[in-house]
Design a protein around this ligand. Structure first.
Ligand SMILES: *[C@@H]1O[C@H](CO)[C@@H](O)[C@H](O)[C@H]1NC(C)=O
Length: 458
């Protein structure tokens, strides 16, 4: 019996009648038991995806200012060849004790942490080089199972998804963590991300936000920055549709495969409560029943993190809801099937703009791309956001494709999944390759690139 796969997106493989939905991706165990619940999930998702889901209005977005790092002080510059990076002093860790020296301080879920906000504050006081710009500091985390994928091209696909995340992070100056072990042995599949995120918080007190992005999700707008100002009064951001949450009480009213969580005491307590529904607890089965009772469209018995999140929004709104931002105004993550067919037209639209505007097509070093992204916004004012927009979708999520296990939802063929992944990953890669002077002319041909002529695409 193979060991359960972890960290990959899960989606019901269908046998469905009319119950089912896009299962967001997350960790998946492709253990047999899990797969077959996967069964019944197609129609509903489609219905929602193509109708209700699209009801949200594209709204003015984010705050797109380019954020330029503070000039470094000469003192910090002086250390730059002895272990500082980006103005950070990577060597100094003052000898006086901090929370890491407390033997009871625990990385595991069974050791609740108190006063984390104070602890972080003290850490910043001892490590002042990390102070500047800390409010907008983001750490991206993703992960996949510890063993080889059973899909023969699974590991290759995961590598490409990871490369895509690395590209995005390099462009935006974000650190990235990739975890491929279960930090809690019983918290498999989609539950595995919670202990990973928790550990990342503790390992990275300097990061304000921890951003979980499923292994099967790709950044498809390399320019787009999270509108963090919009979330300044919130601690958790997830893609979803309030109407579906509060009126339909649907388990697919949000997608737990991509979320942003503030490094805070609130987050630790929230994750304690959230993970309290997980397979490591004696109440796991009971929670499965409660969640099915709460979200009638949930068709499988196991308690899962996504329905758990919907439950907390529905039942403990007062306690948690005011700090949770349900983002529906842009593709915080979006369903690949609705995105992939739009890529060609989007490319044509962007090329058309570049042909008209010389400064947008000016060649430049990758490091200074942010300024060009800001420039682009002027020309994207009419593009809209999310569905029906011609803006590049921010994150494309291969919900249901299961690249690692290959156990994709039966509502589509494996080939359509793998082809869509090539297209989407090459679409993203083209935005990166541009700075390197190359382009994939054919999005389905991952191996071939052509050099770009000067002043392309004039
Ligand atoms: C792409 O653009 C063409 C021409 O405007 C249009 O006919 C077609 O429906 C568009 N395709 C998609 C998938 O939006």
């Amino acid at each position: 019996m193979k060991s359960p796969e972890i960290y990959q997106s899960q989606f019901p493989a269908p046998t469905a009648r009319n119950n089912g939905g896009g299962r967001r991706s997350s960790f998946s165990i492709a253990s047999d038991a899990f797969i077959f619940f996967s069964g019944a999930v197609a129609a509903l998702l489609l219905v929602w995806t193509f109708s209700t889901f699209s009801n949200h209005q594209p709204n003015p977005i984010p705050n797109f200012e380019t954020r330029i790092p503070e000039p470094k002080s000469s003192v910090i510059d002086d250390v730059s060849c002895t272990g500082s990076s980006g103005g950070f002093n990577l060597q100094s860790d003052p000898i006086d004790p901090n929370f890491y020296d407390d033997p009871t301080f625990g990385y595991t879920l069974d050791k609740p942490i108190k006063n984390w906000d104070e602890k972080r504050r003290e850490w910043f006081e001892k490590h002042p080089s990390f102070g500047s710009g800390s409010e907008e500091r983001v750490l991206v985390i993703s992960g996949s199972q510890s063993g080889p994928c059973s899909n023969p091209i699974g590991d290759h696909l995961l590598l490409r998804f990871f490369k895509n995340k690395v590209d995005y992070c390099r462009r935006h100056g974000y650190d990235i963590v990739y975890n491929n072990v279960l930090l809690h042995p019983q918290m498999h599949t989609y539950w595995a991300k919670i202990p990973s995120v928790r550990a990342a918080m503790l390992a990275h007190p300097e990061a304000e936000w921890i951003w979980w992005v499923d292994s099967d999700a790709a950044f498809t707008d390399m320019d787009f920055k999270l509108p963090l100002q919009r979330y300044k009064n919130h601690n958790f951001v997830v893609h979803g549709w309030p109407k579906l949450i509060y009126e339909k009480k649907s388990w697919t009213s949000l997608n737990a495969g991509v979320f942003l969580i503030r490094n805070s005491q609130w987050a630790l307590e929230f994750m304690d409560v959230w993970s309290g529904m997980g397979p490591q607890t004696p109440n796991y089965e009971k929670w499965g029943e409660i969640l099915r009772e709460t979200c009638k469209d949930k068709f499988f018995p196991e308690s899962d993190d996504q329905t758990g999140l919907v439950y907390l929004l529905l039942k403990e709104k007062e306690k948690w809801g005011n700090k949770i931002y349900v983002e529906g105004e842009y593709y915080f993550e979006g369903y690949w099937l609705e995105i992939v067919e739009t890529l060609e037209n989007i490319t044509a639209k962007y090329n058309g703009i570049e042909r008209k505007v010389r400064r947008l097509r000016r060649r430049h070093g990758e490091k200074v791309s942010d300024g060009y992204s800001a420039l682009w916004e002027e020309y994207l004012k009419d593009a809209g956001f999310g569905k029906f927009s011609w803006r590049r979708p921010f994150i494309t999520h291969f919900t249901g494709c299961q690249p690692c296990s290959g156990q994709h939802n039966q509502m589509y063929s494996g080939q359509s999944c793998w082809d869509a992944m090539q297209k989407v990953l090459n679409f993203a890669d083209n935005q990166v390759l541009r700075n390197y002077g190359f382009v994939h002319r054919d999005l389905l041909d991952s191996a071939s690139v052509s050099p770009l002529p000067f002043d392309y695409p004039a």
